[in-house]
Design a binder for this molecule. Structure first.
Ligand code: GLA
Length: 674
């Protein structure tokens, strides 16, 4: 083994300011990319960053450095974010600086290239003084004359302190069981999570948080903004003492190809560092997510009454109007007709794809319901699932070739449906025109966009079809962008059979999301507790529904149901026509209380107390003007308690009495000065 000194390159450092510190990078040896020099307090000398002095013949110096983004071929022992292969089989890229690094107002661009294989890699880093997050992505460009296959096209990595005590927090689950919390010890090895389903998936949220490294108080979290098949890894190579978090489009189920002259921009990997506990991490994510949402106030998060659990597919105009009347009476602000309104949709076996109003259910047109809803002082909303088709539909009969399918492999239905290959331009055009048509013709100001199965066997959209999820997802984004551009009055609720497609790019293009089909309040509480660890309250759609619930069969009072749903964007999914006067009157009071509290819910800082699986838990929102606490206990749980409020650093807050005025839950709205 021979040793080799590593020169201290990077005397030139670029400093990107975050809300409370800075992220400092410098040039790697041989100008082979950027290295993280310092992440934390501003004004530290960049030269203090410890670069390895020696390596061995079994490790390249670059394998020991916290490179911002690198390629197989630039370093080859430890993991790399970019794996590229030319059509003639030449593999790997030896990246080297190819121009000037430019830093302008928190946006750094570092041009790298490998002329041999014909690849330019423009590495982007961006920070803002409003939040702690560093965003990373790369723009990849084929400068050669042959196709380049991107076997892995991830935009960058965050290399954070690890070591024997380090753990990685994950959010995981399944349909109706989303956002469970897990903690994995990662002293060595690679932890990989992701989705091969063409959606973000119920299985994992694209977020990894490392805690308990060298400085146990310091937490690092990274989140991927990508709504198709994806993968994230936390790699802890032995002896580096660090964990490298990276992610991007799934490299197992897909390959992207860049033709000569073509380029693409990888999904953004966002990362943050914060001193504190899981709530401190959550608060920093929420702060960043304020910059993704077009608004965070009630204008795009009205109190919804949604027909689904009340009427299922049994949609009928007079009945919907009666439901709308009851909803208006308790204070709902928008009435949304869920599934079942369109031609042939009497069950989940038929009709998907035929997006015309069913003339039997609405003999005088949808306008009758829309006007009736508006006359009752509410907005009108509609459910759609534009990416899906039932075999029993006119759309499928006309275009069987539009569905995702691996050539020659028989199709399989899930929930009696196939998925349309949105990545085909003609399918994207059809979906765009269909939605544009609905939103132009009818006075719709709320749209719930659903997606109800995972995509298996994606693959017709290109020869070989390996980029099906990439194309599908980009088309999905373009259509959402069209809605926002052409119909800004429309609130969009993102849904995929519950929380199957929630990530930063969805947050940037929708107003609210539906975290789970599970509305049973005890289970929902656990879902929401996990959800709030990575995503914010102002997008967290949550409904009060009737018993029995989907999976959670424990009885729960009306108040308990409200107390859970009030922690986010309150909605009513119950059959209000089955409620007696007392229940309706109570609901009216609770909706009114929620309207007083919701500014605090949307704008406040969240703190979570206790554990939904335990005897007691609570959610605390601390706004400028008020504090709102929603507390919950198991039957037989603690007697009245003084809940010590959690304050922002350096600010003490008086405890709040929890008297269980509503049985096993309580809601306390206090002015901030109290
Ligand atoms: C999904 C959604 C539900 C409802 C149904 C309709 O399951 O998550 O809220 O819209 O589809 O089919």
């Amino acid at each position: 083994m021979s040793g080799q000194d590593i020169e201290q390159h990077g005397l030139e450092a670029w400093r990107l300011a975050t809300r409370s510190g800075e992220y400092v990078v410098g040039l790697a040896p041989e100008r082979r990319g950027l290295v993280l020099l310092h992440w934390g307090e501003a004004g530290q000398a960049a030269g203090e960053a410890r670069l390895p002095r020696r390596s061995t013949s079994f490790e390249d110096p670059l394998d020991l450095l916290p490179l911002e983004a690198t390629a197989l071929g630039t370093r080859s022992v430890h993991s790399a974010e970019l794996v590229v292969r030319r059509a003639d089989g030449l593999r790997g890229a030896r990246l080297e600086l190819d121009g000037e690094v430019v830093l302008d107002e928190g946006h750094l661009i570092c041009p790298l290239a490998d002329p041999l294989i014909g690849l330019q890699v423009e590495l982007h880093l961006r920070t803002r003084p409003q939040h702690e997050v560093v965003e990373k992505w790369t723009v990849l460009r084929n400068t050669g004359e042959t196709d380049l296959e991107l076997l892995r096209a991830w935009g960058g990595a965050f290399e954070v302190p690890g070591g024997q005590g380090a753990t990685v927090d994950l959010l995981h689950g399944a349909w109706s069981r989303e956002y469970g919390q897990a903690q994995v010890q990662l002293g060595a090895g690679t932890l990989s999570i992701g989705s091969r389903q063409g959606i973000t998936s119920h299985t994992y949220a694209p977020v990894m948080t490392v805690r308990g490294g060298r400085d146990p108080q310091l937490a690092h979290s990274a989140a991927l903004g990508w709504s198709g098949s994806w993968r994230m890894s936390a790699d802890a190579p032995p002896f580096t003492g660090r964990i490298r978090i990276a992610g991007g489009p799934d490299d197992e189920s897909g390959v992207l190809t860049l033709g000569p002259g073509e380029s693409l921009s990888t999904p953004v990997l966002a990362g943050l560092q914060v001193r504190g506990d899981a709530d401190a991490v959550a608060q920093e994510w929420h702060r960043y997510q304020r910059s993704l949402s077009r608004s965070t106030g009630p204008e795009h998060r009205p109190v919804v009454c949604n027909s689904w659990y009340a009427t299922g597919f049994d949609v009928e105009v007079d009945h919907q109007l009666r439901l709308a009347q009851a909803a208006a009476d308790i204070g709902a602000e928008v009435f949304v007709v869920d599934d079942g309104w369109f031609r042939g949709r009497t069950s989940d076996r038929a009709g998907l794809g035929d997006w015309e109003v069913d003339s039997q259910k609405f003999p005088r047109g949808l306008e009758e319901l829309i006007h009736g809803v508006q006359a009752r002082g509410m907005r009108f909303g509609l459910w759609v699932e534009p990416e899906a088709v039932n075999p029993d539909s006119d759309l499928y009969r006309a275009h069987p070739e539009w569905v995702h399918q691996v050539r020659g492999r028989p199709l399989r239905t899930l929930r009696n449906q196939y998925m349309l290959d949105l990545g085909r331009p003609e399918v994207e055009d059809w979906a765009t025109d269909m939605l544009r048509g609905l939103l132009s013709r009818y006075d719709i100001t709320y749209l719930k966009w659903d997606m109800n199965r995972s995509i298996e066997d994606g693959g017709q959209s290109a020869p070989g079809g390996d980029d099906w999820s990439w194309r599908h997802t980009r088309a999905y984004y373009r259509i959402l962008e069209m809605i926002r551009r052409e119909f800004p009055q429309v609130t969009v609720e993102g849904c995929a059979g519950g929380g199957g497609r929630i990530d930063h790019e969805v947050l940037a293009r929708t107003d609210v999301v539906w975290p789970s089909d599970e509305t049973g309040p005890r289970d929902r509480l656990a879902v929401q507790h996990g959800f709030l660890g990575a995503f914010p309250s102002w997008v967290m759609s949550s409904w009060v529904t009737d018993e029995p619930d989907v999976l959670d069969r424990d009885p729960a009072s009306l108040e308990f149901r409200f107390a859970v749903a009030m922690a986010g964007v309150l909605g009513i999914g119950a059959d209000l026509l089955g409620w007696d006067e007392a229940a309706l009157g109570r609901a009216r009071e609770l909706v009114e209380l929620y309207k007083q509290a919701r500014a605090t819910v949307f704008e406040g800082t969240v703190h979570r107390h206790g554990d939904p699986a335990g005897e007691f838990c609570a959610v605390q929102y601390t706004g400028e003007e008020a504090v709102f606490v929603l507390a919950y206990r198991r039957p037989g749980g603690p007697e009245p308690v003084e809940l010590p409020l959690k304050g922002e650093a350096g600010r003490s807050m008086p405890p709040v009495p929890i008297r269980w005025r509503w049985g096993d839950c309580d809601a306390v709205l206090l002015p901030r000065s109290a």
